[in-house]
Unconditional design. Structure first.
Length: 388
């Protein structure tokens, strides 16, 4: 795209539209101030207990364990699954790098799993071919809030005695066959980073149907403390606790979750309707029997009709118009730290990273701002087509 066109298309007075920003309202200020006034600002306090109980009710599990962030939750989940150095963990290549980093924290080996040909999520049909005698766990990532098809994954895990860890960091509110993502496998993990549908600023959550695993998670995130008075620790532990201040914000956010999810799904539907049938775009549909969280809207360039355009071209052009977007994650098998573990090509993950991009999806995105995004995307595509 020419610099002249970009400059002409950019309004200097246009307000910036972020990709995904937090919506802070109702009781957020009240609860955080209450936590400040109480003096309980660190990693214990009534709001931590309240936050964990509320999510236990939400997921219909014995308890949940709040953590400092989603990466910490994933790290602990691998430990709960018994993953040790040298074990293999199957993980989608097209995911945020935290899903892969935590495998290396333990000294385990990531085995990269390619995406579907028509969707960004990992392809269950490829899973069986990745299992070896060294495989210990499968990490199912519900990318961008779209639930994976968990049926084949659970069946193979049972057949080979493997643990299933759900990275549901982006999928709070999504479900598969009526089961909430995060509570389907052996252990599930959520993230409450500032760009997520529900935020605690930072923060994460460990979910499981197994009370014994959750008790151990609580022990490990609290420095594996056996006696607080004498500072006795019989194992290596971690300081992975959520603070009461963060939990206070989280409790307020959880009260708003149904509305946040409704807003994001409405935003997704508007984008889908606006782009439906467009020859230069590839749209992504949710699987049957699933409900998406609609965390971030994703769409891809159609290389058949625009062979000379990639996702970054769109991202850069939108940035010139004060609209934040981003390409799909760079796959793990392309990342420098993981090159020693790459043995096969992963063409679908490569393709979706090259062609796919996310558009603004904040819970508070106004219809007018969304229309501005839609018009910008269509205008950029139209101009690019005329140049081809």
């Amino acid at each position: 795209m020419s610099a002249t066109f970009l400059a002409a298309s950019t309004s200097s007075s246009a307000s910036h539209i972020p990709l995904s920003e937090p919506t802070l309202e109702t009781n957020a200020w009240t609860y955080v101030k209450d936590a400040l006034d109480s003096g309980w600002v660190s990693s214990v306090g009534p709001y931590v207990d309240r936050f964990e109980r509320a999510f236990a009710d939400y997921f219909q599990v014995p308890r949940t364990v709040a953590t400092v962030n989603g990466t910490a939750a994933l790290h602990i989940a691998l430990l709960l699954a018994g993953v040790q150095p040298g074990d293999e963990v199957i993980v989608p290549s097209l995911t945020f790098i935290a899903s892969i980093n935590v495998i290396r924290y333990i000294g385990a080996i990531p085995v990269f799993w390619d995406s579907q040909s028509d969707h960004w999520n990992a392809d269950p049909a490829l899973l069986h071919g990745l299992i070896t005698p060294k495989t210990k766990a499968i990490m199912a990532v519900h990318l961008y809030g779209d639930a994976m098809d968990m049926g084949p994954i659970l069946a193979l895990a049972e057949a080979y005695n493997l643990k299933v860890i759900e990275d549901a960091a982006e999928a709070l509110g999504a479900d598969w066959n009526g089961q909430p993502c995060g509570a389907i496998g052996d252990v599930g993990c959520l993230s409450f980073n500032g760009n997520k549908t529900l935020t605690t600023g930072g923060g994460g959550l460990i979910v499981s149907k197994h009370a014994d695993l959750l008790s151990r998670a609580h022990y490990l995130i609290n420095q594996a403390k056996d006696d607080g008075l004498t500072f006795t620790h019989n194992e290596v532990g971690y300081n992975y606790r959520l603070t009461n201040l963060q939990a206070a914000l989280g409790v307020a956010q959880l009260e708003c979750l149904p509305r946040f999810l409704e807003n994001r799904r409405r935003i997704w539907q508007r984008y889908q309707a606006a782009f439906a049938g467009h020859p230069q775009l590839t749209l992504f549909e949710a699987l049957p029997n699933t409900t998406r969280s609609a965390w971030l809207y994703g769409v891809a360039i159609n290389p058949q009709t625009l062979p000379d355009m990639e996702a970054m071209d769109m991202v850069n052009a939108l940035s010139q118009r004060q609209i934040q977007s981003r390409p799909f994650f760079k796959p793990g098998h392309q990342q420098k730290p993981f090159q020693p573990f790459v043995s096969d090509s992963l063409p679908n993950a490569d393709r979706w990273h090259q062609l796919g991009f996310n558009l603004p999806s904040s819970s508070s995105l106004s219809p007018a701002d969304q229309e501005r995004v839609i018009e910008a995307v269509l205008d950029i595509l139209n101009h690019r087509k005329t140049q081809s």
